[in-house]
Design a protein around this ligand. Structure first.
Ligand SMILES: N[C@@H](CCC(=O)NCCCC(=O)O)C(=O)O
Length: 254
């Protein structure tokens, strides 16, 4: 059983393209999982409640939630929907809630990126603020208006990692510079989460599930994009991969 690769579940976004309904995810997350984490990504279609994800969660070694331009539907945190909350992907909302809860129940390592970080907060009972660049005192966290991905994912601002936090331990630095591609952010922090990093305007940039038995972290930025060249991004993916490998070993799979 030696050297079996770790399997990491990744939720699909849903959208219409051509004549079809698609369930797909951007390659950048898959590339980082393959190249930096040494994982085999398993894209999970957003077909709940027509399918169940329990059998899949019983076979994988970790869960990675991706970012997306769509937003968590605000009715999930008891706020009426408005145009400012669009666009939505309710099929993904259903899937990621089940993935988060299923991963935490099984003590599966969980890395939640951008929309995933926001989904983690909502799944555990927190809420989100929308169009945060319009809130007094807040920075503009949106990406540069460009079609060049390296410009869109360019490093934009510093974040301070909480002293004594697990992310500070993983990264080994008190402050790092990150990219930024979001217009929503954590508003009310879920009781079960601890803040791991903040932007200069107070935005919650990273969280950890307080009573998780394993790696369970959300980050508002995108470590996947620079995971092969940026040291803090690489360390986050390597820490997630190490937790997945340890989980696989505990199940006799590595
Ligand atoms: N939609 C939410 C979450 C932001 C997010 O996940 N961004 C990734 C987008 C990637 C891209 O635009 O290429 C928000 O806006 O806060």
């Amino acid at each position: 059983m030696a050297d079996q690769p770790i399997l990491v579940a990744v939720p699909a976004d849903t959208f219409d393209h051509g004549n079809y309904r698609w369930h797909a995810t951007p390659s950048t997350y898959l590339d980082a999982l393959v190249e930096v984490a040494g994982a085999v990504p398993v894209i999970v279609p957003a077909l709940l409640p027509r399918m169940t994800i329990a059998p899949l969660l019983d076979r994988v070694d970790g869960v990675l939630l991706t970012g997306a331009a769509s937003n968590v539907h605000p009715e999930r945190y008891a706020v009426p929907a408005s145009r400012a909350h669009e666009p939505f992907d309710p099929e993904r909302d259903r899937l990621t809630e089940a993935l988060i809860k299923g991963a935490l129940e099984r003590s599966l390592p969980l890395l939640c990126i951008c929309r995933g970080h926001q989904e983690l907060n909502v799944a555990l009972g927190g809420s989100l603020a929308t169009e945060i660049q319009e809130i007094e005192g807040r920075m503009d966290h949106r990406h540069l208006p460009s079609h060049d991905q390296r410009e869109r994912f360019a490093i934009r601002h510093e974040i301070a990692l909480e002293p004594g936090g697990s992310l500070r331990d993983i990264v080994g630095e008190a402050e790092i510079r990150v990219n930024s591609l979001h217009r929503q952010a954590i508003d009310r922090l879920a009781d079960g989460l601890a803040v791991e990093a903040r932007a200069p305007d107070g935005t919650v940039e990273a969280v950890r599930v307080k009573d998780a038995a394993n790696f369970a972290v959300g980050v508002q930025w995108h470590p996947e994009f620079w995971a092969s060249t940026d040291e803090p991004s690489r360390k986050i993916f390597q820490a997630f991969a190490a937790a997945c490998r340890a989980f696989a070993a505990s199940k006799g799979r590595a």
